[in-house]
Design a protein around this ligand. Structure first.
Ligand SMILES: Nc1nc2c(ncn2[C@@H]2O[C@H](COP(=O)(O)OP(=O)(O)OP(=O)(O)O)[C@@H](O)[C@H]2O)c(=O)[nH]1
Ligand SMILES: [Mg+2]
Length: 215
């Protein structure tokens, strides 16, 4: 749930990168940390095991002046993908404003993708949130690998709800597609915020590229 401080003129959004084990969620945040200027981001916090598997979450704070008169803060979290950590994922999802679902494009991971997608819906349901009502996007990662499913197949598996959501191809290790995903996610949560607060979009948006500058 976005948090507004009118006194500090600050809006805080919580974005969660969700998806199956080893799909590239942590890599997204690592690369964003690398490419976003230090003036627009804070330090990255990683809580991982010795094998670099996320144990609890990774965290990266960003900020932008996309909404006029306010500092918009985006708190980026990842969840641990390993099946046993479902309770941890539920806790990290608490109060989420938007989900970037990072799918692994490899044929071998199709079941893991759909299991994780179902797990996302179940975990949201425990907080009475429906994925349909929550701003979210899909990221089809690892497009550089040889044994990958075509995009239309991934779309069929994960994006056939009544309302299709934006989807992006990525190679997180090379930084390809990660800004596009974040910007689309940021735009969706801000559009939701503006609608809920009955603001006129033309009045409040400072620039097209909402979360990450291309400098
Ligand atoms: N070839 C390729 N490898 C990738 C890509 N993205 C991530 N990886 C690799 O996949 C492995 C897992 O990446 P992580 O970012 O740790 O995955 P994760 O989703 O955070 O995994 P958990 O925290 O265990 O759920 C690492 O070895 C990454 O370097 C990609 O686009 N292409
Ligand atoms: Mg991770």
């Amino acid at each position: 749930m976005s948090f507004v401080s009118f006194q500090k003129r600050e809006i805080t959004f919580k974005l969660v990168y969700y998806g199956p084990p080893l799909s590239g969620k942590t890599t997204n945040l690592e690369l964003l940390h690398k490419v976003i200027p230090a003036t627009e981001r804070g330090d990255m916090t990683m809580l991982s095991t010795r094998q670099d598997r996320t144990l609890y979450f990774d965290f990266l704070p960003l900020q932008s002046n996309a909404i006029k008169g306010f500092v918009s803060k985006f708190q980026l979290y990842t969840v641990p993908g390993q099946p046993i950590y479902t309770e941890t994922r539920r806790i990290v999802l608490n109060g989420v404003d938007g989900v970037v679902f990072v799918a692994d494009s490899q044929w071998s991971e199709m079941e893991a993708n759909t299991d994780s997608f179902e797990n996302l819906k179940e975990n949201l349901a425990t907080d009475d949130v429906s994925l349909e009502d929550l701003p979210h996007i899909l990221q089809f990662n690892k497009r550089d690998l040889p044994e990958i499913a075509p995009i239309h197949y991934l779309e069929f598996m994960l994006n056939r709800g009544e309302h299709r959501v934006p989807s992006f191809e990525s190679v997180a290790t090379e930084g390809t597609g990660i800004r596009e995903s974040l910007n689309a996610m940021a735009k969706l949560v801000m559009a939701r915020f503006i609608k809920e607060h009955k603001m006129e979009i033309g009045e409040v948006i400072n620039r097209e590229d909402l979360a990450v500058s291309d400098a």
